[in-house]
Ligand binder design. Structure first.
Ligand code: BGC
Length: 351
Protein backbone atom coordinates (compact mmCIF):
# COMPACT_ATOMS: atom_id res chain seq x y z
CA UNK A 1 0.00 0.00 0.00
CA UNK A 2 1.31 3.40 -1.00
CA UNK A 3 0.01 6.80 0.07
CA UNK A 4 0.74 10.10 -1.65
CA UNK A 5 -0.70 13.57 -1.88
CA UNK A 6 -3.24 13.87 -4.72
CA UNK A 7 -3.75 17.62 -4.31
CA UNK A 8 -5.72 20.21 -2.37
CA UNK A 9 -9.33 21.30 -2.36
CA UNK A 10 -10.12 25.02 -2.88
CA UNK A 11 -10.45 25.17 0.95
CA UNK A 12 -6.87 24.01 1.27
CA UNK A 13 -7.68 20.52 2.53
CA UNK A 14 -5.07 17.97 1.59
CA UNK A 15 -6.40 15.07 -0.46
CA UNK A 16 -4.64 11.72 -0.56
CA UNK A 17 -4.23 9.02 -3.14
CA UNK A 18 -3.86 5.41 -1.98
CA UNK A 19 -2.52 2.59 -4.11
CA UNK A 20 -3.51 -0.95 -3.19
CA UNK A 21 -1.93 -3.98 -4.82
CA UNK A 22 -2.21 -7.72 -4.36
CA UNK A 23 0.22 -10.51 -5.24
CA UNK A 24 -1.70 -11.19 -8.50
CA UNK A 25 -0.73 -7.75 -9.75
CA UNK A 26 -4.18 -6.21 -9.47
CA UNK A 27 -3.96 -2.54 -8.53
CA UNK A 28 -6.58 -0.13 -7.22
CA UNK A 29 -5.93 3.57 -6.74
CA UNK A 30 -8.44 5.52 -4.68
CA UNK A 31 -8.70 8.92 -3.11
CA UNK A 32 -10.37 10.17 0.06
CA UNK A 33 -11.97 12.95 -2.03
CA UNK A 34 -15.43 11.48 -2.62
CA UNK A 35 -14.06 8.00 -1.91
CA UNK A 36 -13.35 7.88 -5.63
CA UNK A 37 -11.75 4.85 -7.26
CA UNK A 38 -9.37 6.59 -9.65
CA UNK A 39 -8.06 3.52 -11.46
CA UNK A 40 -8.41 -0.22 -11.35
CA UNK A 41 -5.97 -2.38 -13.24
CA UNK A 42 -6.82 -6.02 -13.96
CA UNK A 43 -5.40 -8.63 -16.35
CA UNK A 44 -7.00 -9.89 -19.55
CA UNK A 45 -6.91 -13.44 -20.87
CA UNK A 46 -3.27 -12.96 -21.99
CA UNK A 47 -2.23 -11.52 -18.66
CA UNK A 48 -2.13 -7.95 -20.02
CA UNK A 49 -3.17 -5.38 -17.44
CA UNK A 50 -5.35 -2.44 -18.28
CA UNK A 51 -7.30 0.21 -16.40
CA UNK A 52 -11.01 -0.66 -16.56
CA UNK A 53 -12.65 2.39 -14.95
CA UNK A 54 -13.26 5.91 -16.23
CA UNK A 55 -11.81 8.88 -14.38
CA UNK A 56 -9.13 11.53 -14.34
CA UNK A 57 -5.38 11.66 -13.76
CA UNK A 58 -5.57 14.80 -11.61
CA UNK A 59 -7.61 15.93 -8.63
CA UNK A 60 -8.30 19.29 -10.34
CA UNK A 61 -10.38 17.54 -12.98
CA UNK A 62 -12.51 15.80 -10.35
CA UNK A 63 -12.96 19.14 -8.57
CA UNK A 64 -14.32 20.74 -11.76
CA UNK A 65 -17.31 18.43 -11.71
CA UNK A 66 -18.07 15.13 -13.44
CA UNK A 67 -20.84 12.51 -13.59
CA UNK A 68 -19.87 10.75 -10.33
CA UNK A 69 -16.93 8.76 -11.80
CA UNK A 70 -15.91 6.07 -9.30
CA UNK A 71 -17.44 7.85 -6.31
CA UNK A 72 -19.26 6.87 -3.16
CA UNK A 73 -22.84 8.04 -3.41
CA UNK A 74 -24.79 9.23 -0.38
CA UNK A 75 -26.77 9.93 1.60
CA UNK A 76 -29.16 8.66 -1.02
CA UNK A 77 -28.12 6.95 -4.24
CA UNK A 78 -30.25 7.85 -7.26
CA UNK A 79 -33.38 10.02 -7.25
CA UNK A 80 -35.96 11.22 -4.77
CA UNK A 81 -38.94 12.82 -6.52
CA UNK A 82 -39.27 16.51 -5.71
CA UNK A 83 -36.55 15.94 -3.09
CA UNK A 84 -39.40 15.39 -0.66
CA UNK A 85 -40.30 12.67 1.78
CA UNK A 86 -42.19 12.21 5.04
CA UNK A 87 -40.66 10.43 8.02
CA UNK A 88 -42.40 9.98 11.39
CA UNK A 89 -45.07 12.41 10.19
CA UNK A 90 -42.54 15.18 9.48
CA UNK A 91 -42.03 16.35 5.93
CA UNK A 92 -38.48 17.01 4.69
CA UNK A 93 -37.28 18.98 1.69
CA UNK A 94 -33.91 17.96 0.30
CA UNK A 95 -31.84 20.08 -2.09
CA UNK A 96 -32.85 19.81 -5.74
CA UNK A 97 -29.84 19.30 -7.97
CA UNK A 98 -31.39 17.77 -11.09
CA UNK A 99 -34.46 19.74 -12.17
CA UNK A 100 -37.16 18.84 -9.68
CA UNK A 101 -35.23 15.80 -8.42
CA UNK A 102 -32.76 15.19 -5.64
CA UNK A 103 -30.01 13.07 -7.23
CA UNK A 104 -27.14 11.17 -5.57
CA UNK A 105 -27.23 13.04 -2.26
CA UNK A 106 -27.69 16.60 -3.55
CA UNK A 107 -25.47 19.58 -4.30
CA UNK A 108 -22.55 18.36 -2.24
CA UNK A 109 -23.04 14.66 -1.77
CA UNK A 110 -20.60 12.11 -0.37
CA UNK A 111 -18.88 12.11 -3.78
CA UNK A 112 -17.62 15.67 -3.10
CA UNK A 113 -16.55 15.56 0.55
CA UNK A 114 -13.11 14.81 1.92
CA UNK A 115 -13.30 11.63 3.99
CA UNK A 116 -10.99 10.73 6.85
CA UNK A 117 -8.89 7.81 5.73
CA UNK A 118 -6.84 5.17 7.44
CA UNK A 119 -5.15 2.09 6.04
CA UNK A 120 -6.54 -1.28 7.11
CA UNK A 121 -5.29 -4.80 6.74
CA UNK A 122 -7.35 -7.92 7.40
CA UNK A 123 -7.25 -11.61 6.61
CA UNK A 124 -9.11 -10.72 3.41
CA UNK A 125 -6.65 -8.15 2.10
CA UNK A 126 -5.39 -4.59 2.25
CA UNK A 127 -7.47 -1.50 2.12
CA UNK A 128 -8.56 1.89 3.30
CA UNK A 129 -11.30 2.77 5.76
CA UNK A 130 -13.01 6.04 5.00
CA UNK A 131 -15.19 7.82 7.52
CA UNK A 132 -17.38 10.88 7.38
CA UNK A 133 -19.91 12.51 9.68
CA UNK A 134 -22.77 14.11 7.78
CA UNK A 135 -24.28 16.80 9.99
CA UNK A 136 -27.96 17.05 10.87
CA UNK A 137 -29.61 19.07 8.10
CA UNK A 138 -26.89 18.49 5.49
CA UNK A 139 -28.59 18.66 2.08
CA UNK A 140 -31.87 18.62 4.03
CA UNK A 141 -31.51 15.22 5.70
CA UNK A 142 -32.35 14.69 9.38
CA UNK A 143 -29.87 13.28 11.91
CA UNK A 144 -26.12 13.32 12.37
CA UNK A 145 -25.08 10.36 10.27
CA UNK A 146 -21.72 8.64 10.90
CA UNK A 147 -20.64 6.70 7.86
CA UNK A 148 -17.74 4.36 7.17
CA UNK A 149 -16.83 2.85 3.84
CA UNK A 150 -14.07 0.27 3.73
CA UNK A 151 -12.44 -0.60 0.42
CA UNK A 152 -10.49 -3.86 0.47
CA UNK A 153 -8.47 -5.45 -2.31
CA UNK A 154 -8.35 -9.22 -1.81
CA UNK A 155 -6.10 -11.95 -3.16
CA UNK A 156 -9.11 -13.20 -5.19
CA UNK A 157 -8.97 -10.05 -7.34
CA UNK A 158 -11.99 -8.58 -5.58
CA UNK A 159 -12.66 -5.01 -4.68
CA UNK A 160 -14.77 -5.45 -1.58
CA UNK A 161 -16.75 -2.47 -0.25
CA UNK A 162 -18.28 -2.53 3.24
CA UNK A 163 -20.59 0.28 4.28
CA UNK A 164 -21.82 1.12 7.78
CA UNK A 165 -23.85 4.01 9.15
CA UNK A 166 -25.43 5.06 12.44
CA UNK A 167 -27.60 8.05 13.26
CA UNK A 168 -28.72 10.01 16.32
CA UNK A 169 -32.19 10.62 14.79
CA UNK A 170 -34.35 8.50 12.52
CA UNK A 171 -33.31 9.17 8.92
CA UNK A 172 -33.01 7.60 5.49
CA UNK A 173 -29.86 6.23 3.91
CA UNK A 174 -28.93 4.41 0.71
CA UNK A 175 -25.24 4.23 -0.20
CA UNK A 176 -23.60 2.91 -3.35
CA UNK A 177 -20.49 2.99 -5.49
CA UNK A 178 -20.46 4.62 -8.92
CA UNK A 179 -17.55 3.32 -11.02
CA UNK A 180 -17.99 3.43 -14.78
CA UNK A 181 -16.48 0.19 -16.06
CA UNK A 182 -15.16 -0.68 -19.47
CA UNK A 183 -13.55 -4.11 -19.45
CA UNK A 184 -11.95 -3.47 -22.86
CA UNK A 185 -9.86 -0.78 -21.17
CA UNK A 186 -10.97 2.71 -20.26
CA UNK A 187 -11.53 5.20 -23.04
CA UNK A 188 -10.95 2.74 -25.88
CA UNK A 189 -14.46 2.14 -27.20
CA UNK A 190 -18.10 1.83 -26.19
CA UNK A 191 -19.43 -0.91 -23.92
CA UNK A 192 -22.17 -2.23 -26.26
CA UNK A 193 -20.41 -5.55 -27.02
CA UNK A 194 -20.03 -6.43 -23.34
CA UNK A 195 -22.23 -9.39 -22.37
CA UNK A 196 -24.33 -8.77 -19.28
CA UNK A 197 -26.32 -11.03 -17.03
CA UNK A 198 -28.42 -9.68 -14.17
CA UNK A 199 -29.84 -12.02 -11.60
CA UNK A 200 -33.31 -10.44 -11.61
CA UNK A 201 -36.75 -11.32 -12.95
CA UNK A 202 -38.24 -7.87 -12.32
CA UNK A 203 -37.29 -4.24 -12.77
CA UNK A 204 -38.82 -0.95 -11.67
CA UNK A 205 -40.08 1.07 -14.68
CA UNK A 206 -39.57 4.85 -14.64
CA UNK A 207 -41.39 7.94 -15.86
CA UNK A 208 -39.93 10.63 -18.15
CA UNK A 209 -38.10 12.16 -15.13
CA UNK A 210 -36.45 8.81 -14.36
CA UNK A 211 -38.52 8.36 -11.21
CA UNK A 212 -39.93 4.85 -10.64
CA UNK A 213 -43.66 4.68 -11.30
CA UNK A 214 -44.00 2.17 -8.45
CA UNK A 215 -44.71 -0.74 -10.79
CA UNK A 216 -42.61 -3.88 -10.44
CA UNK A 217 -42.51 -5.35 -13.93
CA UNK A 218 -41.59 -8.81 -15.18
CA UNK A 219 -38.52 -8.62 -17.46
CA UNK A 220 -39.50 -11.57 -19.66
CA UNK A 221 -40.24 -10.54 -23.26
CA UNK A 222 -38.74 -7.05 -22.74
CA UNK A 223 -35.30 -5.52 -23.53
CA UNK A 224 -34.78 -5.64 -19.75
CA UNK A 225 -34.45 -9.42 -19.67
CA UNK A 226 -30.79 -10.04 -18.82
CA UNK A 227 -31.42 -13.40 -17.16
CA UNK A 228 -29.06 -14.87 -19.82
CA UNK A 229 -25.73 -13.31 -20.87
CA UNK A 230 -26.77 -10.79 -23.56
CA UNK A 231 -24.83 -8.03 -25.34
CA UNK A 232 -25.67 -4.68 -23.75
CA UNK A 233 -26.21 -3.24 -27.24
CA UNK A 234 -28.45 -6.03 -28.56
CA UNK A 235 -31.76 -4.28 -27.81
CA UNK A 236 -30.72 -0.83 -26.58
CA UNK A 237 -32.08 0.97 -29.68
CA UNK A 238 -35.42 -0.83 -29.73
CA UNK A 239 -38.49 1.41 -29.78
CA UNK A 240 -39.39 0.79 -26.17
CA UNK A 241 -40.89 3.48 -23.95
CA UNK A 242 -38.66 2.54 -20.99
CA UNK A 243 -35.50 2.70 -23.12
CA UNK A 244 -36.69 6.06 -24.45
CA UNK A 245 -37.19 7.46 -20.93
CA UNK A 246 -33.77 6.18 -19.85
CA UNK A 247 -32.08 7.14 -23.17
CA UNK A 248 -30.91 3.55 -22.94
CA UNK A 249 -30.59 1.52 -19.75
CA UNK A 250 -30.88 3.59 -16.58
CA UNK A 251 -33.07 1.42 -14.39
CA UNK A 252 -33.21 -0.49 -11.16
CA UNK A 253 -33.47 -4.29 -11.26
CA UNK A 254 -35.06 -6.20 -8.38
CA UNK A 255 -32.39 -8.74 -7.47
CA UNK A 256 -33.38 -12.34 -6.89
CA UNK A 257 -32.54 -14.04 -3.62
CA UNK A 258 -32.80 -12.76 -0.08
CA UNK A 259 -31.54 -9.22 0.54
CA UNK A 260 -29.05 -9.22 3.39
CA UNK A 261 -27.26 -12.28 1.98
CA UNK A 262 -24.19 -11.64 -0.17
CA UNK A 263 -25.31 -13.10 -3.51
CA UNK A 264 -24.41 -12.80 -7.18
CA UNK A 265 -26.19 -9.81 -8.72
CA UNK A 266 -24.58 -9.50 -12.13
CA UNK A 267 -21.91 -10.87 -14.40
CA UNK A 268 -20.25 -9.05 -17.29
CA UNK A 269 -18.02 -10.61 -19.93
CA UNK A 270 -15.97 -8.63 -22.44
CA UNK A 271 -15.46 -11.10 -25.29
CA UNK A 272 -12.23 -9.71 -26.80
CA UNK A 273 -10.15 -9.32 -23.66
CA UNK A 274 -11.92 -12.15 -21.83
CA UNK A 275 -12.21 -9.96 -18.75
CA UNK A 276 -15.09 -10.88 -16.45
CA UNK A 277 -16.67 -8.79 -13.72
CA UNK A 278 -19.01 -10.27 -11.14
CA UNK A 279 -20.98 -8.06 -8.78
CA UNK A 280 -22.02 -9.54 -5.45
CA UNK A 281 -24.14 -7.64 -2.98
CA UNK A 282 -26.38 -7.73 0.06
CA UNK A 283 -28.60 -5.02 -1.46
CA UNK A 284 -32.11 -5.64 -2.85
CA UNK A 285 -31.61 -3.66 -6.08
CA UNK A 286 -29.11 -2.97 -8.85
CA UNK A 287 -29.05 0.18 -10.96
CA UNK A 288 -27.69 -0.60 -14.41
CA UNK A 289 -26.75 2.62 -16.21
CA UNK A 290 -25.34 2.28 -19.74
CA UNK A 291 -23.47 5.61 -19.80
CA UNK A 292 -26.15 7.30 -21.91
CA UNK A 293 -25.26 10.82 -20.82
CA UNK A 294 -21.60 10.48 -21.86
CA UNK A 295 -21.29 12.49 -25.06
CA UNK A 296 -17.63 13.08 -25.84
CA UNK A 297 -17.39 16.36 -23.91
CA UNK A 298 -15.23 14.83 -21.15
CA UNK A 299 -11.57 14.02 -21.68
CA UNK A 300 -10.39 11.57 -19.08
CA UNK A 301 -7.27 9.63 -18.15
CA UNK A 302 -4.44 9.50 -20.67
CA UNK A 303 -6.25 12.10 -22.78
CA UNK A 304 -8.96 9.64 -23.79
CA UNK A 305 -12.31 11.11 -24.79
CA UNK A 306 -15.36 9.53 -23.15
CA UNK A 307 -17.95 9.19 -25.89
CA UNK A 308 -21.52 7.93 -25.80
CA UNK A 309 -21.77 4.72 -23.75
CA UNK A 310 -18.03 4.36 -23.15
CA UNK A 311 -18.69 3.06 -19.63
CA UNK A 312 -21.43 1.31 -17.65
CA UNK A 313 -22.32 1.45 -13.96
CA UNK A 314 -23.65 -1.39 -11.84
CA UNK A 315 -24.76 0.20 -8.60
CA UNK A 316 -26.07 -2.10 -5.88
CA UNK A 317 -28.55 -0.11 -3.81
CA UNK A 318 -32.09 0.20 -2.51
CA UNK A 319 -34.64 1.23 -5.12
CA UNK A 320 -34.80 4.86 -6.31
CA UNK A 321 -37.43 7.06 -4.63
CA UNK A 322 -38.11 4.41 -1.96
CA UNK A 323 -39.06 7.02 0.68
CA UNK A 324 -42.12 7.77 -1.48
CA UNK A 325 -42.90 4.16 -2.37
CA UNK A 326 -44.07 2.36 0.79
CA UNK A 327 -44.08 -1.03 -0.98
CA UNK A 328 -40.34 -0.78 -1.84
CA UNK A 329 -37.81 -2.16 0.70
CA UNK A 330 -37.40 0.40 3.47
CA UNK A 331 -34.48 2.85 3.52
CA UNK A 332 -35.22 4.11 7.01
CA UNK A 333 -32.36 3.96 9.50
CA UNK A 334 -33.60 4.25 13.09
CA UNK A 335 -31.72 6.00 15.83
CA UNK A 336 -29.51 3.42 17.52
CA UNK A 337 -29.71 0.93 14.64
CA UNK A 338 -26.80 0.08 12.37
CA UNK A 339 -26.83 0.24 8.57
CA UNK A 340 -24.53 -2.37 7.11
CA UNK A 341 -24.18 -3.47 3.50
CA UNK A 342 -21.51 -5.14 1.39
CA UNK A 343 -20.75 -5.13 -2.32
CA UNK A 344 -17.99 -7.04 -4.07
CA UNK A 345 -16.66 -6.39 -7.59
CA UNK A 346 -14.77 -9.54 -8.55
CA UNK A 347 -12.53 -9.74 -11.60
CA UNK A 348 -11.45 -12.84 -13.50
CA UNK A 349 -11.07 -14.00 -17.10
CA UNK A 350 -13.20 -16.26 -19.28
CA UNK A 351 -11.36 -19.14 -20.99
C1 BGC B 1 -28.09 7.45 -12.76
C2 BGC B 1 -28.12 8.24 -14.05
C3 BGC B 1 -27.26 9.46 -13.87
C4 BGC B 1 -25.87 9.03 -13.48
C5 BGC B 1 -25.01 10.20 -13.15
C6 BGC B 1 -26.70 7.05 -12.49
O1 BGC B 1 -26.63 6.38 -11.27
O2 BGC B 1 -28.91 6.31 -12.84
O3 BGC B 1 -29.44 8.63 -14.38
O4 BGC B 1 -27.24 10.25 -15.01
O5 BGC B 1 -25.90 8.21 -12.37
O6 BGC B 1 -24.07 10.42 -14.07
Amino acid sequence: MRKEVFGRTPDGEIVELYTLTNTKGMEVRLTNYGGIVVSLRVPDRQGQFDDVVLGFDRLEDYLKGHPYFGAIIGRYANRIAGGRFVLNGVSYQLTLNEGQNHLHGGQKGFDKVVWKARPVRSARGVGVRLSYVSRDGEEGYPGNLSVTVTYLLTEENELRIEYTATTDRDTIVNLTHHSYFNLAGQGRRDILDHLLQINAHYFTPIDANLIPTGEIRFVRGTPFDFTQLTPIGARIEEPDEQLRFGRGYDHNWVLAGPPGALRLAARVVEPNSGRVLEVWTTEPGLQFYSGNFLDGTITGKEGRVYRHRYGFCLEPQHFPDSPNKPHFPSVILRKGARYQTTTVYKFSVAP
